[in-house]
Design a protein around this ligand. Structure first.
Ligand code: PMP
Length: 440
């Protein structure tokens, strides 16, 4: 009461302020003796503070999908790899990108850092590459250390722990891991071959107030499905009605096996609600760690302030990419890899067709990197994975892409990492493992 009088505010305001400080972990209450400033405790290590405990608790509780997946090649270096979602060594070699890295490295002496927002020439070239009306200026583009950092920055800006975020289910495990680690609650929306079920989404938006919606509308990871044009229009209308920001992760757009996909949500965005996310990880290789966010100017400015906390994205990669785009080398490279990937997908599909009598089902995707394969109930994907790993083949289990285990077990097979001969060998090994299980 005394404090309220001193400050000239109501007692309720003081009580509320105390509760908020306590919830944030800045102060602690001790029964019968009052409240204390937590940060003034004798030399607490960061992890020992209340905030630290909360944050590390969420981190510890969140799944460690990324580390698990990346460790596959360390633990089983000679495995035939259907687990990693990348274009593999052969496509990187045919891209000639390493020539650009070499010549860029030779001219590097005068460079220190590029700007926080990213190399101006690269941003300019990306505006031309994206070719979308709502993105007309390099000021709307922020270069990030892969799209994962882009999603991290966006989530940190738009949502706080406990807030709600909507996403397709299943979805890319990197986004799930990120949301869960940041304490953001996920509202899953089911999907079908036409993408996210917008009819279900509408009911969710009417009941909840999510901070944003995250979607991979084109050649979705892991299902390979693509949102129809009609649903894209409906989603944008809902976003307008509910003032809902949409984060569009478009990592696979240029990797179609057949015809080109429907236009991106961002290219159809009339309100500025869509935040566009993309990466060179699938176009070239993920170790490059260069992605980008394209949004309206004010959000791009905000994102740049946030990006400044990690200074900038690696200069060498950005310079090499700017030169690659300047020479228009990405377009022919993609034409070539699309042909290769279609061939690789056909080999894998041929084998999967032969698994049908075992109750194994899949749909051929129109693009992207993956077959999302459903197994009969009696096959446990983790067990199958262990057995296949022992025989020299790796893949990803479906539960990584879900919040809880699905009744229908799935595995994800990536058809882009290995060459056709290795795909053939790997699928024969999976066949052998499946056949020997049947005999048990
Ligand atoms: N988004 C999606 C949908 C992905 O599948 C992946 C890679 N598996 C990423 C983002 C990761 O991109 P980056 O390497 O740029 O962080």
């Amino acid at each position: 009461r005394k404090l309220a009088e001193q400050l000239g505010v109501s007692r309720n305001t003081i009580v509320r302020a105390y509760s908020e400080l306590e919830a944030e972990g800045f102060i602690v209450s001790r029964m019968g003796s009052g409240r204390y400033v937590e940060a003034l405790h004798p030399a607490p290590s960061h992890a020992q503070t209340h905030w630290g405990k909360q944050a590390s608790g969420k981190l510890a509780a969140a799944p460690s999908h990324m580390a698990e997946l990346l460790s596959v090649t360390d633990t089983y270096p000679n495995t035939i790899n259907f687990a990693h979602g990348d274009g593999g060594k052969h496509t990187l070699e045919s891209s000639c990108f390493s020539d650009y890295v070499k010549s860029t490295a030779e001219q590097l002496h005068s460079y220190y850092f590029t700007s926080v927002q990213g190399l101006p020439e690269l941003r300019e070239r990306l505006v031309a590459w994206m070719d979308m009306e709502p993105i007309s200026s390099p000021e709307q583009v922020v270069i990030t250390s892969g799209s994962q950092e882009g999603l991290y920055l966006i989530t940190s800006l738009l949502a706080r722990p406990g807030d709600l975020v909507v996403t397709e289910m299943p979805t890319y495990f990197g986004s799930l891991q990120l949301f869960q680690s940041l304490g953001v609650q996920i509202i899953p929306v089911p999907m079908d071959a036409n993408g996210m079920r917008i009819d279900v989404l509408e009911g969710i938006l009417a009941r909840y107030r999510p901070r944003f919606l995250y979607t991979v509308p084109t050649y979705h990871n892991p299902t390979g499905w693509t949102m129809s044009l009609d649903r894209r229009k409906k989603l944008l209308a809902l976003s307008e009605r509910y003032q809902l920001p949409i984060v569009e992760d478009d990592a696979y757009r240029h990797l179609h096996l057949d015809a080109e996909p429907p236009p991106s949500l961002k290219s159809m965005d009339r309100t500025g609600n869509v935040i566009y996310l993309n990466t060179f990880s699938k176009l070239l290789f993920p170790g490059l760690r260069v992605g980008w966010v394209a949004a309206n100017r004010s959000f791009a400015r905000l994102l740049t302030r946030m990006k400044e906390l990690s200074i900038t994205t690696n200069t060498l990669g950005q310079l090499a990419l700017a030169a690659y785009l300047r020479d228009d080398a990405l377009r022919p490279h993609l034409q070539e890899v699309r042909k290769q990937y279609a061939e690789q997908a056909a080999i894998m599909a041929g084998h999967l067709d032969r698994f049908r009598p075992l109750g194994i089902r899949y749909e051929r995707p129109a693009g992207g990197f993956y077959f999302w394969v459903s197994l009969p109930e009696e096959i446990n994907p983790r067990q199958l994975m262990t057995e296949c790993l022992q025989q020299g083949v790796s893949f990803t289990c479906g539960d990584m892409f879900l919040l809880r285990e699905a009744e229908q077990p799935y595995i994800r097979l990536c058809f882009t990492h290995e060459r056709t001969d290795q795909i053939d060998r790997g699928m024969k090994i999976i066949d052998h493992v499946l056949q020997s299980r049947k005999e048990l």
